[in-house]
Write a protein that binds this ligand. Structure first.
Ligand code: ADP
Ligand code: MG
Length: 710
């Protein structure tokens, strides 16, 4: 059947065949495989790797079974079985005995059929998930086979166990049956279907197993050693190919992209730097500025990711870069993820540039029509040099005269498509500086953002005192409020944050309101003033509440996470986070970053209920033990896995099947060095040695890398 099929349809590669054409599948099971496991083609099945292997030659003795063993295989005699219970609780219970003890086996389904196949006194091999009841071992719905029958057929030494679902199991597609499908797939393919893609030199240098062999060994290993070697090979391939594609994108950008040239450091930059800069730049700030200066002078477009922990002073770097653009006759814009942040940036930049001859504009969703009408022509004729705003900046009607630099603050809030629209606002694409305070672990930066150039500001401005972080249970709230009172008496301000992750979440919203009333009762007017901020307020109300807090007229800011990013009120010294267990690590770190921005000692108090999940406890523990954003990011990656890290979810670069960015750091480093070496020596992959690599890359068409931002 299969041969005929592929012969008629000008033989598409066998691995792209739809799963229903595999022997033993058919349309109905195919539907299930698609829905339940996302297996559409032969290739998908090939990449449905077993999650473990069972050594069928080894058996547990019943006496050795203990709760630390997840799956067990035992061999023994059935010494009794009976049907017990009525109706829905009806079940078949059997006892299996080996030389050391007895295990109980239970079935709830297929009772008659199972019972018919059990013979008292016969020997069986039983495999299944181990459980304990009153200290005695038991298995529910184990796989059971009459001893001896497993010796027939050519079974691998290590039998693959595949992930499946309850639904699939009930339709006869348990782990075993999936193994049968994989086995029949292997009967159909040969080396030409999975040709080697890595250069010979690389295989030798890293002692990698050939590709076809590796796939086979991952599914049906001949030995544990072979399995390990196969996994190494496939992980290396996966990481290497990702790194290679990133290296190529980066290399092409460096050699072909056209960018506007910022030739000189001019009057605006120098005047600001010498006369108005309110402080000495840190070493890290100077270094990043130098990198930006070099990038923008080359004639190629800059695509730089600037990562700097909360409070490291990214804004001033952005401003200096923008002045550099202006000095060279170009306009620059700064995009912020929220209205509040855009307004704050605008206020800060306007204040800093107050005595200079340069026009700064603000454009957000709530900019009034009359103001827009004034602003837009001045932007189009170049009178406005610097524009600050939200995503309102990317609307079609916003036209620049000569946009030379785009700074994106807190980039993970911007979608790719949104960014792409910005570049269309100039003939030569503007330079791009993406700033983020979300520290990205190195391994992740190397993959998810590997095509960008990358700067790190790992130094805080001098004079900052480390923030003290403590964890308190809810019943401690009175003392926490007392503490806030003392800080207010010393002239400081405080934030109290409530979770409102989804604006539509009713319970969270009610909690916020109740919390606000509670705080108000504890801090009565007119002695104390409290601002409140949440996503449901109209913009002017948000703005009014924020400004009152910025000016120091409100003592406490009760807010949701709308203030998470970027907000800068250096006088605030206390950050209380309610229901801290509901927040992710990077969010907690961002929120904490709202204090400790001035010279005063600051505190972060994480309030939780006494009942915490394991992960929540780990998050809180991490927050209490470190202020270092990179350490926190590593922990976050470890707890959540890369797929969940904010902003990287859509990243195709992270679609790793086998490799794990936490555990396989060492392989990643090697793969990166190897990939960069090849691109450096042979950027077009023209040498015969790289031919198969090139062919393989071309076959991956359509899988684009989202972080390419130009
Ligand atoms: P972030 O990197 O989190 O965006 P900001 O740019 O908001 O940080 O800066 C945080 C605070 O540090 C601001 O109040 C800013 O004025 C101040 N700051 C920035 N650079 C320096 C410096 N070199 N010396 C002293 N203070 C600085
Ligand atoms: Mg900032």
């Amino acid at each position: 059947m299969l041969q005929t099929f592929s012969a008629i349809v000008t033989s598409p590669p066998i691995l792209s065949h739809p799963i229903e054409y595999l022997k033993g599948v058919g349309p109905q099971r195919a539907d299930l495989l698609k829905k339940e496991l996302g297996l559409f083609t032969f290739n998908d099945l090939l990449h449905h790797f077993p999650y473990r292997h069972l050594d069928r030659t080894r058996f547990h003795e019943i006496i050795d079974l203990n709760p630390s063993i997840e799956f067990a295989q035992v061999r023994g005699k059935i010494i009794g079985h009976e049907l017990i219970g009525e109706k829905s609780s009806k079940r078949l219970v059997a006892q299996l005995k080996d030389a050391t003890g007895i295990i109980e086996l239970t079935w709830f389904k297929g009772l008659t059929w199972v019972q018919k196949s059990l013979y008292e006194g016969s020997t069986y091999t039983v495999f299944g998930k181990l459980g304990f009841f009153m200290g005695k071992p038991q298995m529910v719905h184990p796989e059971i086979e009459a001893a001896g029958s497993e010796a027939t057929g050519v079974k691998a030494h290590l039998e693959p166990i595949y992930a499946t679902t309850e639904k699939l199991k009930s339709r006869g597609l348990g782990g075993r049956q999936i193994a049968n499908l994989t086995t029949s797939l292997y009967g159909l393919i040969s080396e030409k279907d999975l040709p080697e893609n890595l250069p010979e030199g690389l295989l030798k240098e890293h002692r990698l197993m050939p590709r076809f062999e590796a796939y086979r060994q991952v599914h049906f290993p001949a030995s544990t050693e072979k399995f390990e070697a196969a996994v190494q090979r496939l992980k290396f391939e996966e990481l290497f190919i990702t790194q290679l594609r990133l290296a190529i994108v980066r290399q092409q950008r460096h050699s072909y992209s056209k960018g506007v040239v910022f030739e000189k450091v001019g009057d605006l930059f120098l005047e600001f730097y010498n006369k108005h800069l309110p402080f000495q730049l840190t070493g890290a700030q100077k270094r990043v500025l130098k990198e930006i200066r070099q990038d923008t002078a080359t004639g190629h477009q800059m695509n730089r990711l600037l990562q700097g922990d909360v409070g490291s002073g990214k804004t001033i770097v952005a401003l200096l870069a923008m002045l550099l653009a202006a000095d060279n006759g170009f306009q620059a814009c700064l995009m912020a993820p929220t209205e509040i942040l855009a307004q704050q940036h605008f206020a800060a930049i306007s204040a800093l540039l107050q005595e200079m001859n340069i026009e700064v504009g603000l454009l957000t969703g709530s900019t009034k029509t009359a103001e827009r009408k004034k602003l837009l022509p001045r932007l189009a004729d170049g009178s406005v040099s610097l524009l600050v705003g939200t995503h309102a900046l990317i609307e079609e009607v916003v036209q620049f005269k000569s946009l030379g630099l785009v700074v994106i603050d807190e980039q993970h809030r911007f979608g790719v498509a949104q960014r792409a629209r910005l570049w269309k606002k100039a003939i030569v694409p503007p330079h791009v500086l993406v700033m983020t305070a979300t520290p990205i672990p190195r391994t992740l930066a190397m993959t998810a953002y590997g095509d960008l150039d990358y700067s790190v500001m790992d130094e805080l401005p001098p004079g900052r005192q480390p923030i003290t972080t403590v964890h308190r249970f809810d019943d401690y709230r009175v003392s926490v409020l007392d503490f806030i009172r003392t800080e207010i008496e010393r002239g400081r301000q405080a934030y109290i944050i409530f979770p409102l992750i989804e604006e539509s979440d009713k319970v969270d919203y009610e909690n916020l309101m109740a919390g606000y009333e509670h705080v108000k009762a504890a801090f009565p007017e007119p002695k104390y003033w409290i601002s409140m901020l949440h996503g449901r307020q109209p913009t002017d109300q948000k703005e009014w509440n924020m400004q009152r807090f910025v000016r120091g007229e409100a003592h406490i800011m009760v807010s949701t996470t709308v203030i998470e990013v970027g907000v800068n009120v250096p006088n605030a010294s206390v950050m209380v986070i309610e229901n801290a267990e509901k927040f992710g690590l990077s969010q907690l770190h961002q929120l904490r970053g709202r204090v400790g921005r001035g010279a005063e000692k600051s505190y972060c108090i994480l309030m939780t209920s006494p009942k915490l999940s394991h992960d929540a406890r780990e998050r809180i523990k991490t927050m209490v033990s470190t202020n270092n954003g990179f350490e926190i990011a590593e922990k976050d990656l470890e707890l959540r896995g890369p797929g969940d890290i904010e902003g990287t979810r859509q990243s195709g670069a992270l679609n790793l099947k086998l490799a794990d960015l936490v555990k396989d750091k060492a392989i990643l480093e090697k793969a990166k060095i190897a990939a960069e070496g090849i691109v450096e020596r042979d950027p077009e992959l023209e040498s015969p040695e790289h031919l198969r690599l090139k062919q393989y890359l071309m076959s991956l068409k359509g899988k684009t890398l989202w972080s390419k931002i130009s």
